[in-house]
Design a protein around this ligand. Structure first.
Ligand code: SF4
Length: 235
């Protein structure tokens, strides 16, 4: 006694090599991207901007804040501060009041002012066009740099925000949750031309269907390719 006599057998655990995991992930992207592009034909950076500098400022403001709120704030502040010099020379207390409703306004105001000053002093007032240069600016991490590179300069970029991280786990595109490791994992398995489209589509899908707490798997157009379909809590 003590043994289960129902006759059911446990399935043997099949080890998957890293190479097999990556090949399966790459194939999954090939399957889901056309569907996501069709589902979200307007998927692009939701922040409103007229140039690379404005997108940089808007992205710094978007930390812990909705794009909708940022767009409301930038509609006004971009009329007042038009250049890097305008931000660099402004009183930080005044910037704080102007961006207050985006939250964390002490840090954001200091970062925007200091980044603007460095853009003036080190880059001649122009936004640098490489990630390595952008991340040397105060308050600019890889995510912000990628948003600017992809959104303003139209160069290949992977933006690992909270949606991209969550969906990449559920879709088993990477085993990593760390944004930087995940970015490099995705870059390895996805053709460069698809970096931005996939990032934007995953963000839209994460906002609309594959939301954090209650993903709508029954109505998900990519469910047949998703290892987490109907059991997202496992990922
Ligand atoms: S099937 Fe569910 S878990 Fe998978 S992508 Fe769709 S909504 Fe997300």
């Amino acid at each position: 006694m003590g043994k289960n006599n129902t006759g059911s057998k446990k399935k043997p655990v099949v080890a998957v090599s890293d190479e097999q995991f990556k090949a399966a992930a790459a194939q999954r992207v090939k399957n889901i991207l056309p569907i996501l592009k069709k589902t979200y034909p307007d998927a692009k950076v939701a922040l409103k901007f007229a140039n690379a500098f404005e997108l940089l400022i808007a992205t710094i403001l978007s930390a812990q804040c909705t794009d909708v709120r940022v767009n409301i704030v930038t509609k006004e502040v971009f009329k007042k501060y038009k250049t890097a010099a305008d931000w660099a020379n402004a009183d930080v207390k005044e910037i704080e009041q102007d961006i207050r409703s985006t939250g964390f306004y002490h840090n954001k105001a200091a970062n925007i002012k200091n980044a603007s000053r460095e853009i003036l002093e080190r880059f001649g007032g122009k936004i640098p066009e490489t990630i390595d240069e952008l991340i040397t600016l105060p308050g600019v991490g890889r995510k912000t740099a990628n948003v600017v590179i992809g959104g303003a300069f139209g160069k290949p970029a992977i933006t690992c925000d909270t949606h991209v991280i969550r969906l990449s786990r559920r879709l088993q595109l990477s085993k990593n949750s760390d944004a930087v490791k995940l970015e490099f994992d995705l870059a390895e398995i996805i053709p460069k031309k698809d970096w931005m489209p996939l990032s934007n589509c995953l963000i839209f899908h994460g906002r609309n269907i594959c939301i954090a707490r209650r993903p709508d798997c029954p109505n998900c157009p990519i469910a047949r390719y998703c290892p987490a379909a109907n059991k997202p809590e496992q990922w």
